[in-house]
Design a protein around this ligand. Structure first.
Ligand code: ADP
Length: 814
């Protein structure tokens, strides 16, 4: 029993009420016992002693029984009843009434009830005790004969004993309470530190994981977009790729939402105000959302009040996030009708406004009962109806918390079954009070416009710096169809070598790289002696553009930032801002001949065009110098067409005007514009063969795993030119008209496998002497034996590192 009582008192999870009950009961029992002993010693009346014996036994019986059976709550109420209705009145009348020790026991009972009971029960017993006190005192006053009076020594001893007992009880109790309080405080403090450190590690885990997860998703989405852009891909492939895209994007948005929520909860979500143009935000958002709206066959109405100040100061990125989230929800939960975005402003001071953005739809609406919980995290309302609609229930919670952080408000009006309107009010500062004026956005982009390239830029050079070769492969391939020349560097040091050799129009720089970060590399480029790119725009590519980083990028001098995974469109939009206008052409206006449908044939045409530049430009110079306007006009006519074919539109337009002038005999116009045209023409020459002028060696990779061939290309493309074939027979056909210095041949391939291709190559005298290395996934020497028995020049394991592979290729090409 003692063990059981101790376990109760030591249990940190047991409510303090129960502990007080046990302690008080034990002390009360000791008190009663001492009272009984005292009564016997002072020779108290038999009735008084008998009543004490009965009270003690009853109290002890109930207490130990309830502890034994774990029925503390029952005992608490029972003993309170016993104290108030039995012990106190009996004690009052048998122990000297108001002159005895009972009044002190009444105080003890009050304390007992206060500490042990709670709620209505407590109120009832306190009221009952007060009533009993009044009754005892009144009856005792009018009928003193009912009270068994004490003799003088009895009264003294009884009151002394009672005071002593109850005083000790209270002292112990208060002391115990203080100890409990201290212990509890200590426990809460320890728990708080534990929770804080847990929270910190959880946040660290979240941000590390999100970075780790975003990197591979970046590759998946990027390569998938490359597939989506392939004109010759079958419908089935496009359908599968579209599914990958939507699943990948969902996964990404989930990770971003989780990261946002964990940041907000850790108080680490910073609001970073900057100057921004309201027109940009509205048209960008409309451009992003309209494809989804169009896809669902909904109408999309965007309007903005003409008096909104054109430039505001606020956290542009978070405002975009809020509006996109609300619009995406509207699209998600609307099956027919329209989605509407309205923006207006209300003046709140000379340099401040409330920006009011309302997003409404004619969708499924939200039940009235669900509205109060709408902004709770992980809360999805109307689950039954929405179970087929993807979502996590995090979006609106993030929206609400971001708005709170910005000091704004969000309200929602909804009629179930008819639609919803979310209205956001954000206080913003005015940076330029000139009104926005008439504003319209095109919300009906066709699918074709969306999926094609935004520009062509034959002659423009872009350097991409990233330590992750998959990222390099993705970005290079996303831009492949624009005619841009993309060079890649896998480290800051490599990038610095390249910026000394060649001028680029834009540099895309990863932020987090080992040894030299993107920021360090940027500052080295800016201050590079003999550098050709000291003032070239550099855009940072980052997996994490939160408030802190955005500030950092701005301060470090980057000309823009893109958040990974970047889509082809985002990449192209950013490049369009920075590539000189004269190098940009409109997409689709390049007349690519029928047979130039594939990227490879177009590249061949482009190469031919570029290689002919030195000769053709000299011819033009000669006719210009000898004022032979007739031949000059013939040559310039040819240039007009060929420039158009490769998408060099500015050059083509210049040539067109010079041709017109030539036909009219306007020599002055030709003199005025010839030089500019020649300069533009010669700038395109950088697209020709390698800058060193040395014919590059050509390595052919035949592997059905396009991803692996893509990686090889990234690893070795600065050493040689690389031709990739997924189908061995296509490679053999290509060799009929082209040359290769080395062939890397996958051993295991569907349809025609590696050994068969090797046999075909060896049976043809033109290709028999080309060294062939087998590519294989096998790892053991024994499994290599059958491969080596075919006597290839060598064998490369697919697990070979970049450095080793480069060494093998270097030796093989030497
Ligand atoms: P989810 O990822 O589920 O969309 P949100 O936090 O964005 O999470 O939204 C919470 C819930 O609010 C949704 O599950 C949906 O039931 C409801 N909801 C949000 N926006 C709309 C809307 N425009 N129309 C109807 N219901 C909406």
């Amino acid at each position: 029993m003692i063990k059981k009582i101790r376990s109760y008192l030591d249990d940190p999870d047991l409510d303090v009420q129960y502990k007080s009950f046990i302690l008080l009961s034990i002390i009360a029992l000791i008190g009663l016992f001492l009272g009984l002993v005292g009564g016997i010693v002072i020779n108290q009346s038999i009735l008084a002693n008998l009543s004490l014996v009965v009270e003690f036994s009853l109290f002890a019986g109930i207490f130990f029984y309830s502890v034994w059976l774990n029925k503390l709550r029952f005992a608490m109420v029972f003993i309170s009843t016993f104290l108030v209705f039995v012990f106190l009145p009996i004690s009052f009348f048998t122990s000297g009434g108001a002159a005895g020790g009972t009044p002190v026991w009444f105080m003890f009972a009050t304390l007992y009830i206060l500490m042990v009971l709670s709620g209505k029960t407590k109120a009832f017993y306190l009221a009952a005790e007060s009533l009993i006190i009044v009754v005892c005192w009144v009856v005792g006053f009018y009928h003193p004969e009912l009270i068994i009076e004490f003799t003088r020594p009895e009264a003294f001893i009884d009151s002394m004993l009672t005071l002593f007992i109850v005083g000790t009880v209270m002292a112990i109790l208060i002391n115990y309470q203080t100890v409990l309080f201290r212990r509890e405080n200590e426990r809460v403090r320890r728990q708080k530190t534990q929770i804080e450190s847990l929270n910190r590690s959880q946040n660290l885990f979240f941000s590390a994981m999100s970075h780790e997860i975003r990197t591979p998703i970046n590759s998946i989405l990027g390569l998938n977009e490359v597939i989506l852009r392939q004109e010759d891909a079958s419908d089935e492939i496009i359908k599968d790729a579209a599914s990958i895209q939507s699943a990948g994007r969902l996964l990404l948005s989930l990770i971003n939402d989780l990261l946002d929520i964990s940041k907000i909860e850790a108080g680490k979500m910073d609001i970073v105000p900057v100057d921004y143009e309201i027109a940009d935000i509205i048209s960008d958002i409309a451009g992003m959302v309209s494809p989804r709206v169009n896809e669902k066959g909904l109408a999309f109405n965007v309007s903005a009040a003409h008096d909104i100040p054109s430039v505001l100061f606020g956290d542009e990125v978070r405002i975009r996030q809020i509006v996109i989230n609300l619009l995406n929800n509207s699209v998600k939960y609307t099956h027919e009708g329209s989605v509407n975005l309205k923006v207006r402003s209300e003046n709140t001071g000379i340099d401040s406004i409330n920006l009011i953005i309302s997003v409404s739809d004619t969708g499924i609406g939200i039940r009235k009962e669900a509205l109060p919980d709408l902004f709770d995290a992980y809360r999805r309302v109307d689950q039954e109806k929405n179970r087929n609609i993807e979502g996590t229930g995090l979006g609106l919670s993030i929206v609400k918390q971001l708005i709170d952080l910005m000091g704004g408000e969000i309200t929602v009006d909804s009629i179930y079954g008819s639609g919803s309107t979310f209205t956001v009010c954000l206080p913003q500062k005015i940076s330029d009070p000139r009104p926005l004026g008439d504003f319209s956005v095109n919300t009906s982009l066709s699918l074709k416009e969306r999926d094609g390239h935004l520009f062509t830029a034959a002659g423009a050079n872009v350097l991409i710096v990233d330590d992750n070769e998959m990222n390099l492969a993705v970005e290079t391939r996303l831009l492949a169809g624009t005619g841009l020349v993309t060079d890649t560097a896998m480290s800051g040091a490599d990038a610095l070598k390249m910026t000394k050799k060649k001028h680029y129009d834009v540099i895309l720089m990863d932020h987090l790289m080992p040894v030299m970060s993107g920021i360090e590399c940027l500052s080295a480029i800016r201050s590079q002696e003999d550098g050709l790119n000291t003032d070239v725009p550099v855009v940072v590519l980052t997996a994490n553009a939160d408030g802190e980083n955005r500030e950092l990028y701005k301060k470090s001098g980057f000309d823009g930032y893109l958040v990974k995974p970047v889509t082809g469109k985002q990449l192209e939009e950013m490049l369009m801002k920075h590539i000189p206008a004269k190098k940009l052409g409109r997409p689709g206006t390049a007349v690519i001949p029928e047979d130039a449908g594939s990227g490879e044939s177009f590249k061949t045409i482009l190469r031919l065009f570029c290689r002919s530049i030195p000769q053709k430009s000299s011819e033009l110079e000669e006719f210009y110098a000898s004022k032979d306007w007739e031949n000059y006009t013939i040559k310039i006519h040819a240039l007009k067409s060929s420039a158009k074919i490769v998408g060099a539109h500015e050059l083509s337009e210049m040539a067109q005007k010079l041709e017109d002038a030539g036909k009219k005999g306007d020599a002055d116009y030709i003199r005025e514009h010839h030089e500019e045209m020649i300069r533009t023409y010669r700038e395109l020459a950088s697209m020709a063969a390698p800058p060193s002028g040395v014919q590059k060696k050509r390595v052919m990779v035949i592997d059905d795993d396009e991803l692996y061939s893509g990686i090889i290309r990234q690893w070795i493309k600065d050493m040689c030119s690389v031709e990739i074939f997924t189908d061995g027979m296509k490679g053999v056909e290509w060799l009929a008209e082209n040359r290769a210095d080395l062939i890397l041949l996958d051993y295991m391939m569907p349809k025609v496998n590696g050994p068969e291709i090797l046999e075909i190559l060896r049976s043809n005298p033109d290709t028999a002497s080309i060294p062939v290395y087998f590519l294989t996934g096998v790892e053991t020497k024994e499994s290599l034996a059958p491969i080596m028995s075919l006597k290839p020049q060598g064998c490369i394991l697919k697990s070979t590192s970049r450095g080793d592979l480069r060494k093998i290729i270097e030796d093989a090409l030497a």
